[in-house]
Design a protein around this ligand. Structure first.
Ligand SMILES: Nc1ncnc2c1ncn2[C@@H]1O[C@H](COP(=O)(O)OP(=O)(O)OP(=O)(O)O)[C@@H](O)[C@H]1O
Ligand SMILES: [Mg+2]
Length: 230
C-alpha cells in the first residue's frame, strides 16, 4: 500500500473547554493541511493551543466542532477504539517529560507501544534493539530510566516512538530539558528520521530548534496566525 500524500486536513477545527461558567477556546478555528514528509515546528506563547493541537493530531482528544481528515478519510467523529487504533498503528509520540516507566528497563520501555498496536510484529526483542541502535542507545538496554542522563532518556523516548514504524512523529517540547549539545544531537536524529521518510511535527519554544523545520506554524489564542515555509 502506498501512503496518501495528505496526512492531515483540518477544517475550522475547534476545541472548547468548559470550566465553570467560562468557555476556553483552546483551538478556535484551525485550518491546516499536513502532507507527506513535512517537518513542522509549532511555536507560540504559553496557552496558545499548541499541546491541544498535538493531542488532536495524536488522536488523544476529539474536536468540539469542525472537520478532520486523516489520510483522506473523515475521522472527525470516530470513537475511542478507532482513535486508539490509529494512534497505536500510525503515530509515534515524544513527550517533554519522556513518560518512561521507571520500573521497566530501557528495552522494555521501548517495546511498550507494541502491546497497544494491532499490527503484527515478529521478534519484538530484535525490533527493540534496532530502535535503540538508531538512537545510539543499545549499550544501555538493560538500564532503568533513573540510570540514564536526560539526553539519553530523551533518545530512549524517541526510540520508543519509532517502534511501531509510524508515519508521523509528534513531539511536544522534545528538547525542553536538554542542554545545547544534546539538543543538537536530538535534532540531528530527527533530521535523519526525516530522510528516511518520516513526517514530523514538534512543539518548541526554542528558535534554534524551530530553525531545523521547513515549515513554521505560529499559534496565538487557539488560532494559526502564521504559517511559513523556508
Ligand atoms: N483540560 C483543560 N481544561 C480547561 N482548559 C484547558 C485544558 N487544557 C488546556 N486548557 C486551556 O487551553 C489553552 C491551550 O492550552 P495548551 O495546553 O494547548 O497550550 P500550549 O500552547 O501547549 O501552552 P504551553 O506552551 O504552556 O505548553 C490554555 O488557555 C489552557 O489553559
Ligand atoms: Mg503545551
Amino acid at each position: 500500500m502506498t501512503d496518501s500524500e495528505n496526512i492531515f486536513q483540518l477544517k475550522d477545527l475547534r476545541r472548547t473547554y468548559i470550566v465553570g461558567s467560562e468557555k476556553v477556546h483552546a483551538l478556535d478555528g484551525i485550518d491546516l493541511t499536513i502532507t507527506n514528509r513535512e517537518f513542522i515546528a509549532v511555536i507560540g506563547t504559553s496557552g496558545s493551543g499548541k499541546s491541544t493541537l498535538m493531542n488532536m493530531l495524536g488522536f488523544m482528544d476529539s474536536p468540539t466542532s469542525g472537520q478532520m481528515e486523516f489520510e483522506d478519510k473523515d475521522v472527525t467523529g470516530i470513537d475511542g477504539s478507532g482513535r486508539a487504533r490509529l494512534r497505536a498503528n500510525r503515530i509515534g509520540f515524544v513527550f517533554q517529560s519522556f513518560n518512561l516507566l521507571p520500573r521497566l528497563n530501557v528495552l522494555d520501555n521501548v517495546l511498550l507501544p507494541l502491546s497497544y498496536s494491532t499490527k503484527k510484529f515478529n521478534n519484538h526483542h530484535d525490533l527493540g534493539l534496532e530502535a535503540l541502535e538508531r538512537v545510539g542507545m543499545t549499550h544501555r538496554a538493560s538500564h532503568t530510566p533513573n540510570q540514564l542522563s536526560g539526553g539519553e532518556r530523551q533518545r530512549v523516548a524517541i526510540a520508543r516512538s519509532l517502534i511501531n514504524n509510524p508515519r508521523l512523529i509528534l513531539a511536544d517540547e522534545p528538547t525542553g530539558n536538554l542542554d545545547s549539545k544534546n539538543r543538537g544531537r536530538i535534532m540531528e536524529l530527527f533530521a535523519s528520521l526525516m530522510s528516511e521518510g518520516i513526517t514530523l511535527a514538534l512543539v518548541t519554544h526554542d528558535d534554534a530548534v524551530a530553525d531545523y523545520a521547513q515549515r513554521k506554524i505560529r499559534m496565538e489564542d487557539g488560532r494559526i496566525i502564521e504559517d511559513s515555509k523556508s
